[in-house]
Design a protein around this ligand. Sequence first.
Ligand SMILES: Cc1ncc(COP(=O)(O)O)c(C=O)c1O
Length: 404
Amino acid sequence: MTSAGKPAFLHYGHQSVDEDDIAAVAAALRGDFLTTGPLVQRFEEAVAGRVGARHAVACSSGTAALHLAAMALGLGPGDVAVVPSLTFLATANAVRFTGAEVAFADVDPETGMLTPATLRAALESVAPARAKAVLPVHLAGMVADMAAIAAVAAEFGVAVVEDACHALGASYQTGGGIVPVGSCAHSGMACFSTHPVKAITTGEGGLVATQSAEFAERARRLRSHGMEYDPARWTSGAGFEDGKPAPWYYEMPEIGYNYRLTDIACALGLSQLGKLDRFLARRAALAARYDRLLAPLAPHLRPPVRPEGGGSAWHLYAVRIDFASLKLARGEVMRQLRANGIGTQVHYAPVHAQPYYRRRRSALDLPGAETYYRRTLSLPLYPAMADEDVDRVVAALAAALKLR
Ligand SMILES: Cc1ncc(COP(=O)(O)O)c(C=O)c1O
């Protein structure tokens, strides 16, 4: 409730920042380091430990994480990477930043995710020598079929980078057990975002998780201009004085960026990470309540498809609504919900149809992505929501869909 007694506006996603998070940030501000200090490494180690990765490299956004991963793979002009069309722009843009081209893959119309079959179709459309990578997206916090996707990728000799920006805290069944997203059981790297609507936040921020020391080291160097401080890796000979490494010297073997994350942000990240399990449990409980209360609206409205084994991070609660058979415009439904204090969003319009990408490649027909896009609507879901908020959303949605 607001102070005026009106129910608070429910955003489709929202951060949960408490006094202890604020105190952690204030303590960092009183410390010696504002940019890269000891909290960056502590945050990286804590996230790596949580997701079962040997290394995590913190950076300024999920987009930067994807770009660092693409650069760590060595993507560049002449190369092609496969990206599912149903994603945020960043997955494809990170590939383009390197000069490589994007081959958009279709998705399952029910889950919105890349499948082994849609990956195969996309890879078959690319000249074999050019295909270098695939970036499956764990949409809404559900996990793509990693083992099967990795098997197709291996057949075509392409690397796998997970866009796990929605999936910090998610897990999936593979081989003998359940593994966390980020453990890279079937990928070279997994990229997370800590943007405010994500599982935990650092304001803006992201991480590359990997089991590979080589990828981690490269991503870490490229995060800060490509600077190399380790004398053992210097090649020019200019960094030595009387045979000793000069204390001021660094070498730049390749060009990088300023994608650093601050100690201030990592203080917030560490404080938030301690709450991740609580946040995930609350998201799952709210999703279960939605499932139950929305069941009577089937078949016009169907809840998200739940993966077998493992657990979703429940980044979004994205329902599938048959707007066409209901003869309703999605925008009108969204406007009506907004008038009732309820925010919704569409994740996502297919990226292959964006003018920039249409200009780069002749028309593509990706019916799975179009079908998913036509029906999807993300309802409010974040840990601070009360059970009654879910009840309010369901009642308002049923009314807006004229199903009650
Ligand atoms: C699937 C996906 N990938 C990448 C990103 C980029 O993350 P960031 O906003 O932290 O740059 C986002 C952010 O919304 C996303 O949803």
